[in-house]
Write a protein that binds this ligand. Structure first.
Ligand code: AMP
Ligand code: MG
Length: 359
């Protein structure tokens, strides 16, 4: 069964390759089946939820991934209506993330590849593994679903907050620098999602706190919080500390603080994103990552883009948070571009460390 089809990519008669994608960088265990035409045949996931008042404990999240790994995998195959032997290669989230969680993804990828190879009637069937950078996965699933060619991407997730844009390769011969997604601005401390979750945790809200903060903000009004943009970079942790002090000393109520956190942090993101559009001359803007589910953030970016004549696109909810489809699709792009990766985890790899040979 097709959960989503992108019509622009459905052409040609050849049987498209089938890629199994595994997401495991943090709280989410995701398994997706995507084909070479960009059709998402299945995108199943199970999310680890820490107990109330706790953050994500890496080994607990990894234990979760172990427990649900096989169940989610079988669900994905069933949903896609394919068998194990239909899988041509496996893409897994290699970076960045929590080391114990990344290991679970790699080990699962290795075991799937081995099982398929040994079950195959033709002994030649070898299942390649492609290691994918999770942040680039968020960009590529956004480009796939939107049809945007060369956007400035505002990537807002739990652990990451970055303003990214493709910069082509330059130089000659051995000193040539490959094209990459360059980071024009980013958080200097925590990701925006983690900042919201931290505020929520201390305020007694369940994890993840983002959706609840959005709900409470609807009946809040503005109280002043610090606004921290330095050049193109952002800082969120001091804003959360200030908001929590105001909450605990009863200088402001929870609804007002939820509203003001959103207004302040989202205005900061919009300011930096606009400056990236202005400086690069790009005229497309993509919002991706889990916080892209927030309607107020979408609204602010929509207004900014409309005012400067840029196209704006927000990833559909299914692709906003972490999931396997973004890993599978990026794996397909990398494989088509002839990229080869090592079977090792890279917990600290940056978005701009990765050569982008498919653009
Ligand atoms: P990701 O790491 O990309 O899976 O995104 C997860 C983050 O998105 C968590 O920190 C959530 O609190 C945040 N999030 C999810 N929905 C919303 C929302 N409606 N508003 C703000 N943040 C959200
Ligand atoms: Mg993410």
């Amino acid at each position: 069964m097709l959960s989503l089809i992108f019509p622009s990519l459905q052409s040609g008669n050849m049987k498209p390759v089938i890629c199994l994608g595994i997401e495991s960088t943090a709280h989410t265990w995701g398994i997706a089946i995507v084909d070479g035409k960009g059709r998402v045949l299945a995108n199943e996931r199970d999310i680890y939820r820490p107990p109330l008042g706790w953050g994500i404990h890496p080994t607990e999240a990894a234990k979760h991934h172990d427990e649900v790994g096989r169940i989610v995998y079988e669900r994905a195959l069933e949903k896609a209506g394919i068998g194990m032997s239909d899988i041509d290669f496996v893409a897994w989230s290699q970076a960045p993330g929590l080391a114990p969680c990344l290991h679970k993804g790699l080990n699962f990828a290795l075991s799937i590849a081995k099982n398929i190879s040994s079950a195959s009637s033709s002994s030649a069937k070898e299942i390649p593994l492609v290691g994918v950078n999770h942040c680039i996965g968020h960009i590529e699933i956004g480009r796939l679903s939107s049809g945007l060619r060369d956007p400035i991407t505002l990537y807002t997730s739990g652990a990451n907050t970055q303003v990214l844009g493709f910069v082509p390769g330059f130089g000659r011969g051995r000193g040539r620098q490959p094209g990459r997604y360059r980071c024009f601005g980013e958080t200097m401390d925590v990701g925006i999602g983690n900042a919201l979750d931290k505020f929520g945790r201390e305020a007694g809200l369940e994890f993840p706190a983002g959706p609840k903060i959005e709900e409470l903000a609807k009946s809040g009004s503005y109280v002043e919080l610090p606004y921290v943009v330095k050049g193109m970079d952002l800082s969120f942790s001091g804003i959360v500390t200030d908001a929590l002090q105001k909450l605990k000393s009863k200088k402001a109520n929870l609804n007002d603080l939820c509203f003001s956190l959103q207004e302040t942090m989202f205005a900061m993101l919009t300011e930096v994103t606009e400056r990236a559009l202005a400086h690069t001359g790009k005229d497309e803007c993509l919002l991706t990552g889990g916080v892209a589910a927030n309607k107020r953030l979408v609204q602010m970016l929509e207004i900014m883009c409309r005012e400067r004549g840029a196209k704006f696109y927000c990833v559909p909810r299914e692709f906003a948070g972490d999931q396997g489809a973004m890993i599978a699709w990026t794996g397909i792009l990398m494989k088509n571009a002839g990229m080869v990766t090592k079977n090792e985890i890279l917990p600290r790899q940056r978005t701009d460390d990765v050569d982008v040979k498919w653009m």
